[in-house]
Design a binder for this molecule. Structure first.
Ligand code: ATP
Ligand code: 3PG
Ligand code: MG
Length: 437
């Protein structure tokens, strides 16, 4: 069943809270990849054209409920201004009287951006009071944050329960494209997993081994599995708490699970630091593994060469620091040249693919990392589940909105009786689809 679309909402003259995923890679306060910002533009532009006042919100990094200066959204606001060609009112708080005062005169056609949602502890806790405070800022809610749709957080789930809610164009398109590419994948179907969010994502391995014909693992994720296999990894990043669970199912995986055979190790994680390649059983105690080695890449390329579909999330090394980008870049180039359906998802993974200059030869660049993995697992994403279904009369295909109503809004009207449901308006025409990037 399709979800209610932003096209099904009457937004003219209304304040629309748009949850985006502006969790972009930053280096020294500079945005190194703006894919996730560009990807939200179609929805923002559409809402502005329709005469809405747009209040954007997002998380950035994991500040754990406190203000972290380096994780303010100001650089995102500046980039949005450049891309939209109009001012963006950047707020320095998330909710509260000062925010309400600064938004009081936001006119249709104007854009504001709230401060990093995760500066407030209520965001990740999906605290009802925080969700209510966010909901108070707008009359309508649009979720366009596919990358955060797997998080049952206040701005993803809580607000959707309190305001008339719909999916933005990016969210719609991600579900459609990932659905068609990954639900009946061309086989053999391979997944490549890496990155640093080990405890978040290690649980997916077991399920991926059921879904896929093969799974290759690099990055810090591999370090954890290498420890489970009995190797010492020196000062490498890994998750001690995940070693025991990994041990239990690792053996059963057999040769469908590929781990690195060799690794690039260094003693200092700095640009140009001296490094060398060692077999996995020779990681020096004082060194850390920061990339996969050439023997690993050669072995993986041989196995993945016959793949019909490859899904990749998570860099194979610390690609932000040269020369530890080599494994990640080599994989990106290999996938680009492969005669297979290729999907790359994740903030850092996509940044890496763009840096190699091969993004246009990847079939789908997804804004979701953890989100696309959970989608692939077959899990229902909380941010999608909470959205009302498309009005039956239109099938969500961009026709005038006639349905919706209090029931479809999970009691929103009941808790906010003074507000009409904009979804019951006269409709909003066709609009545009697709990702901006
Ligand atoms: N061996 C390693 N040791 C330490 N960090 C690593 C290693 N390999 C990769 N990384 C780091 O992993 C990070 C990216 O991991 P992450 O899981 O966030 O991927 P992602 O593509 O951004 O997915 P998501 O969108 O879910 O965040 C990069 O910053 C990279 O430096
Ligand atoms: O980078 C991502 O995958 C999303 O922005 C979600 O971030 P999170 O893993 O910190 O919730
Ligand atoms: Mg990331």
């Amino acid at each position: 069943m399709r979800k209610r679309s932003v096209r099904d909402l009457e937004v003219r003259g209304r304040r629309v809270l748009v949850r985006a995923d502006f969790n972009v890679p930053l280096e020294g306060g500079r945005i190194t990849d703006d894919t996730r910002i560009r990807a939200a533009l179609p929805t923002v532009r559409y809402l502005l054209e329709q005469g809405a006042a747009v209040i954007l919100c997002s998380h950035l990094g994991r500040p754990k409920g406190k203000v972290v200066e380096e994780l303010r959204l100001a650089p995102v606001a500046r980039r949005l201004e450049e891309l939209l060609g109009r001012p963006v009112r950047a707020l320095t708080e998330v909710v509260g009287p000062e925010v309400e005062r600064r938004l009081a005169d936001l006119e249709p056609g104007q854009v504001a951006l709230l401060e990093n949602l995760r500066f407030h502890p209520g965001e990740t806790a999906n605290d009802p009071a925080f969700a209510e405070a966010l909901a108070r800022l707008a009359e309508v809610y649009v979720n366009d944050a596919f990358g955060a749709a797997h998080r049952a957080h206040a701005s993803v789930v809580g607000v959707a329960e309190r305001l008339p809610a719909a999916a933005g164009f990016l969210l719609e398109r991600e579900l459609e494209v990932l659905g068609s590419l990954l639900e009946k994948p061309r086989r053999p179907f391979w997944a490549v997993l890496g990155g640093a969010k080990v405890s978040d994502k290690i649980g997916v391995i077991q399920r991926l081994l059921e879904i896929c014909d093969g799974l290759a693992i690099g990055g810090a994720m591999a370090n954890t599995l290498l420890v489970a296999r009995g190797f010492a990894v020196g000062r490498s990043l890994y998750e001690p708490e995940q070693v025991e669970p990994a041990r239990r199912w690792l053996e059963a995986a057999g040769d469908r699970l590929l781990l690195p055979a060799d690794l690039v190790v260094t003693e200092r994680l700095e640009p140009g630091a001296s490094s060398r390649v060692v077999p996995v059983d020779r990681i020096p105690a004082e060194a850390m593994a920061v990339d996969v080695g050439p023997a690993t890449l050669a072995a993986w390329q041989e196995r993945l060469g016959a793949a019909g579909t490859v899904f990749w999330n998570g860099p194979l090394g610390v690609f932000e620091v040269e020369p530890f980008h080599r494994g990640t870049f080599a994989l990106a180039e290999f996938l680009a040249g492969l005669d297979a359906v290729t999907v790359v998802g994740g903030g850092d993974s996509v940044a890496a693919v763009r840096r190699t200059g091969v993004a246009d030869r990847i079939d789908h660049i997804s804004t979701g990392g953890g989100a696309s993995l959970e989608f692939l697992e077959g899990k229902e994403l909380p941010g999608v589940a909470v959205l009302p279904d498309a009005p039956a009369a239109t099938g969500g295909a961009g026709m005038p909105a006639v349905a919706g109503g209090a029931g479809a809004d999970h009691g929103a009207a009941a808790s906010r009786p003074a507000r009409p449901d904009p979804a019951e308006g006269t409709g909003s025409g066709t609009g545009q689809g697709g990702m901006g990037a």
